[in-house]
Design a protein around this ligand. Structure first.
Ligand SMILES: O=C[C@H](O)COP(=O)(O)O
Length: 262
């Protein structure tokens, strides 16, 4: 897989949220696999984050057809096992050969009251079981209007990475998702994305060191589409995108993966 000038391979991840059942998931991944060619995977890492109920089907397809698409879950329990009704554990996700797990998505923070402490425990649970976290951070509209987006987002980062050793932190993926841009069609400008993604890299250098910070991939998320992805990806500290709505359309997702062609 080829890396960019930065040395970081871009990661395009489709977060399906609560969409597509397991049969639709198979059809969708087959469509992606048919459209994507070796040259796409050489330039970009491609991943999907389906609902839990789809993961076994996606695993069977990816394994059986030896697909290069990676997959992961949208959440993980901080616990390994036990009386936690409705939760899905790290060992279960590892058994399904998930590569990634999204942690702290703003919808989890908003609807399930997940705070930085919970995100921190989930990040540690992911590493404990060999899963790579995609840690989501980002400010709401009120914070943005107050001009506090950088400080707010860095505080979330700081909290979620508490006591995380460098050997783990160096492989984490951070997704900067301004909440006001999620599912609204209101995309942050490339400069808005760079401001916070650059600050995230700076914070990683402060918490660890510059070498580690330069390895970490930082995605932008929030109304990413084929028409705006190239300008966002042109920013020096943006190494991919976490795509919601547009990832549900296979043709559109493939165009996003091929952002270089635009
Ligand atoms: O995880 C993905 C983000 O929440 C972005 O969603 P969106 O592309 O539908 O705005």
């Amino acid at each position: 897989m080829a890396a960019s000038v930065s040395g970081r391979t871009p990661l395009m991840a489709g977060n399906w949220k609560m969409n597509l059942n397991h049969l639709e998931a198979i059809a969708h991944v087959q469509k992606l696999a048919f459209a994507l060619a070796d040259k796409d995977y050489e330039a970009v890492e491609v991943a999907v984050l389906p609902p839990f109920t789809d993961l076994r089907s996606v695993q069977t397809l990816v394994d059986g057809d030896k697909l290069k698409i990676k997959y992961g879950s949208q959440d993980i329990s901080a616990q390994d096992s036990g009386a936690y009704t409705g939760e899905i554990s790290g060992p279960m996700l590892a058994k399904l050969k998930c590569t990634y797990v999204a942690i702290g998505h703003s919808e989890r923070r908003q609807y399930h009251n997940e705070n930085d402490e919970i995100c921190n425990a989930k990040v540690k649970a992911a590493y404990k079981h060999g899963l790579t976290p995609i840690l989501c951070v980002g400010e709401g509209l009120d914070i943005r209007k107050a001009g506090q987006q950088v400080q707010y987002t860095l505080n979330q980062l700081d909290g979620a990475l508490k006591d995380l050793p460098a050997e783990q932190a160096e492989s984490i993926v951070i997704a900067y998702e301004p909440v006001w841009a999620i599912g609204t069609g209101e995309v942050a400008t490339p400069e808005d994305a760079q401001e916070v993604c650059g600050a995230i890299r700076g914070k990683l250098a402060e918490l660890y060191d510059q070498e580690l910070a330069d390895k970490v991939r930082i995605q932008y998320g929030g109304s990413v589409k084929s028409g705006n992805v190239a300008a966002i990806m042109a920013q020096p500290d943006v190494d991919g995108a976490l795509i919601g709505g547009a990832a549900l359309d296979a043709d559109e997702f493939v165009k996003i993966v091929r952002f270089r062609d635009q």
